[in-house]
Design a protein around this ligand. Structure first.
Ligand SMILES: [Zn+2]
Length: 119
């Protein structure tokens, strides 16, 4: 899945994956144009908090979430209405490498576990 900071960015990407969506909690349906208009309004009226973001599934479904927490799926892709959507989202951990010896560092470590260099 890809993550986006605004609904408009998510909608633009989703529009490359499918052509129509249904709203998860009602019978409302959207084509690409309708979705982009709605996304623009939503971003200007309800911008997402800094620690929240939108995700787009492989089929173009759009969800809203916080890292490591439950995904609230907003728009379901008509291309795959029965898609097995993930319930939570975990972004890939940032792996750092020691600048001296090149070994991967333990997350949060202040010194390299291999050579002892300060990170
Ligand atoms: Zn090292």
């Amino acid at each position: 899945m890809k993550q986006f900071t605004t609904l408009l960015e998510a909608a633009e990407f989703a529009a490359t994956l499918c052509g129509s969506w249904s709203f998860a909690t009602s019978d409302d349906r959207y084509d690409a144009k309708g979705l982009l208009v709605l996304a623009e309004i939503s971003d200007s009226e309800n911008p997402a908090d800094e620690d929240r973001f939108y995700v787009v599934s492989l089929s173009g479904a759009i969800g809203f979430c916080k890292d490591g927490e439950d995904i609230e799926w907003l728009f379901l892709s008509d291309a795959a209405p029965n898609e097995n959507l993930p319930l939570t989202y975990q972004s890939a951990p940032q792996i750092r490498f020691c600048p001296k010896c090149g070994n991967p560092a333990v997350p949060g470590a202040r010194f390299c576990g291999q050579c002892g260099k300060a990170l």
